[in-house]
Write a protein that binds this ligand. Sequence first.
Ligand code: GSH
Length: 209
Amino acid sequence: MLTIYTVPISLYCAKLRIVLRHKELDWEEQPPPGGYGSDEYKSLVASGNLPALIDGSILIADSEAIAEYLDEKYPVPAMLPSNLGRKAKVRELSRFHDTRFEPELRKLFGNITLDKRDVRLNKIQATKINMRLTQLSNIVDSTPIRLTLAHCGYPITFAWLDILAPLLSLGIKWPENIIKWRKEIEKFPAISIELSEYRPKIKEWLDSL
Ligand SMILES: N[C@@H](CCC(=O)N[C@@H](CS)C(=O)NCC(=O)O)C(=O)O
């Protein structure tokens, strides 16, 4: 049995569950021992990163490293193409999410309640998110026929944007081809099931602020 350390609100834990679901793997989830950000957790996972996977004697932290490990260990259904160039393009798209797109959204997380809201930061981040969406629209080129690792992070970040955009008046401009691409990837059951369970967690988290 695979074990993953997660917290309910974590975007990257949701991304990882899409991979686990698509591969029809069994897994159990545990909260990070000692709590999120604790020294106890860091004694197990030096970076403090969530998610982390325990598979026997192996512990891996970082959703992308875990996803690639799972794809090699459980190759069916494959979530990376076997063709070298296409594989690299899937990795490129996946890393664009993790290193360029989602980090711009994350900067808004401390800026949600009225007492902490910084209108200037909202505007800056809205511009950056719109810029990343335009870039994404120039990277994404076709309707996905099968689910790859590159498709697992975006639906979760999009779900956050759906909720934060009206709340913070972000004025998000969705490119036409991204609206279409999103609809297509959200048809994969691994994604639709995760979204139906994850969206309420975003709302619960917002209510707890
Ligand atoms: N690139 C990392 C990002 C994961 C990430 O930022 N996780 C957050 C929770 S959503 C976290 O671990 N924050 C605590 C920390 O970085 O110490 C991944 O894909 O796993």
